[in-house]
Design a binder for this molecule. Structure first.
Ligand SMILES: [Zn+2]
Ligand SMILES: [Zn+2]
Length: 193
């Protein structure tokens, strides 16, 4: 998934949420937890294709790690993100593949991220539940831990999978319609001017 799609979505959603500071987002394939950075994990739905045998599979447990840091002095913030890869279970020497994540799920993941920023740094009410990702189809069987980069790094386990992070089909649409409240910082914005 191209960096630019995540960056564009992030800039727009940050704007929509009225977050007063300049926040930027970058992908880093080697990212790991780091002192001084707030770690925020999400799970989403997407698909993979093996570049060896062309096998195609879906996963509802694609891990995404975000590290957040605010700089109060120059009124900015940074987000670094890592999308964990998965590898083919059929090939003898598989390589880690990057998932294809549909734009509607990019949008939902980024909205959750913006809400997290609002709650953590700008006093938005806590207790907002993350939007669940939408799956077009049921994922292929249980999570294939052996072939998941995040599982290999202990990331999936920490999150305690079992609580569904993804909803399928019609239920998903109903849930999506129910949520959409934004936390606006119009007051703060006015003061800034
Ligand atoms: Zn394969
Ligand atoms: Zn995993």
């Amino acid at each position: 998934m191209a960096d630019i799609i995540w960056q564009r979505t992030f800039s727009r959603v940050v704007e929509e949420h009225g977050i007063p500071d300049d926040w930027s987002l970058f992908q880093d394939a080697e990212l790991n937890k780091e002192e001084g950075w707030l770690c925020y994990d999400q799970t989403t739905f997407g698909s993979f294709r093996c570049s060896n045998c062309r096998r195609f599979w879906h996963s509802a447990e694609i891990s995404i790690m975000f590290l957040l840091q605010q700089n109060r002095w120059n009124r900015s913030g940074r987000v670094r993100m890592r999308i964990f890869r998965q590898q083919c279970s059929q090939c003898e020497y598989p390589i880690m593949e990057t998932p294809n994540i549909q734009i509607k799920n990019v949008e939902r993941v980024v909205r959750n991220l913006a809400n997290k920023i609002c709650r953590t740094y700008y006093g938005a009410p806590t207790g907002t539940e993350d939007l669940k990702s939408i799956a077009n189809v049921k994922a292929d069987g249980p999570h294939d831990k052996e072939n998941c980069e995040a599982c290999q790094g202990g990331i999936c386990e920490e999150k305690g999978f079992g609580s569904a992070g993804v909803i399928v089909g019609a239920v998903a649409v109903a849930a999506a319609l129910g949520i959409g409240a934004l936390f606006a910082f119009s007051q703060e914005k006015k003061q800034k001017k």
